[in-house]
Write a protein that binds this ligand. Structure first.
Ligand code: DX5
Ligand code: ZN
Length: 227
């Protein structure tokens, strides 16, 4: 078996959802202090998930404040309707839920066509095998390790098996898409997730509810790099 197809260094993506919404620029400064970081932006519409958070104007405001990669996780119905607006607002990566889009191939093509990285998101109960006929049409897969809607939930351990199955799929197909994991990630599971094949770990509460978020980022990155 050839070497695993992964990005050279696993990346931490702190979720701005767990930061202070009245001081989002301070949240960005924490991530800049901990570079390399990807800024994970949780977009929720109150329909696909039972919470309402951030829209395009906030993404545009974040874009003005930072050069870090903006990773917009769209937890919304009809994501194809809005994906390009998020790219225009400044998103570098846009991910859409397989469960929310009957025309996901079209949406992924549109995201890539607009110059952004396209991701497919799978809820905990959605099997990775649902992606088999999309391999090559996305840049990354986001595996939810909680049911989407809120930060601070507990990690669902069987997601580790999904990471490993996706890692096998990308090796078999020789297509190096990234694997991202989101929900309940922290010091207790970061290394295990990277060892299973994850390239990008999202962490909300583990960063922003820590007493020292900059230190928390450094500690998580150290765990992740000990692959
Ligand atoms: C949940 C969001 C996550 C969330 C992660 O629906 O997609 O990105 O912010 O937060 P933690 O790391 O606290 O579980
Ligand atoms: Zn998310």
């Amino acid at each position: 078996m050839s070497e695993p197809l992964r990005i050279p260094t696993p990346l931490l993506a702190p979720s701005i959802l767990s930061a202070d919404f009245a001081r989002l620029a301070d949240g960005l400064k924490v991530m800049e202090a901990g570079e390399p970081c990807v800024v994970h932006v949780d977009v929720m519409d109150g329909h696909f998930v039972p919470n309402i958070t951030i829209g395009m104007p906030v993404v545009a405001a974040l874009r003005k404040e930072t050069k870090l990669t903006l990773d917009c996780h769209l937890m919304i119905e009809n994501p194809g309707r809005y994906a390009l607006e998020f790219i225009q607002a400044g998103a570098d990566w846009v991910s859409v839920h397989l469960e929310a889009d009957p025309h996901i191939h079209r949406t992924l093509s549109a995201i890539r066509g607009a110059g952004a990285k396209a991701g497919v998101v799978l809820n905990p109960g959605t099997p990775v095998e649902g992606l088999v006929d999309l391999v090559g049409d996305f840049d990354f897969v986001l595996l939810m390790s909680v049911n989407p809607g809120f930060g601070g939930q507990s990690f669902i351990p069987r997601i580790l098996d999904k990471v490993a199955r996706l890692d096998t799929l990308r090796r078999e197909r020789n297509i190096p898409f990234m694997i991202q994991v989101d929900g309940g990630v922290g010091m207790g599971n970061a290394r295990e997730l990277v060892q299973a094949g994850a390239d990008v770990l999202v962490a909300g509460n583990a960063v922003f509810k820590a007493p020292d978020p900059v230190k928390a980022i450094a500690e998580l990155q150290a765990k992740m790099s000990a692959r």
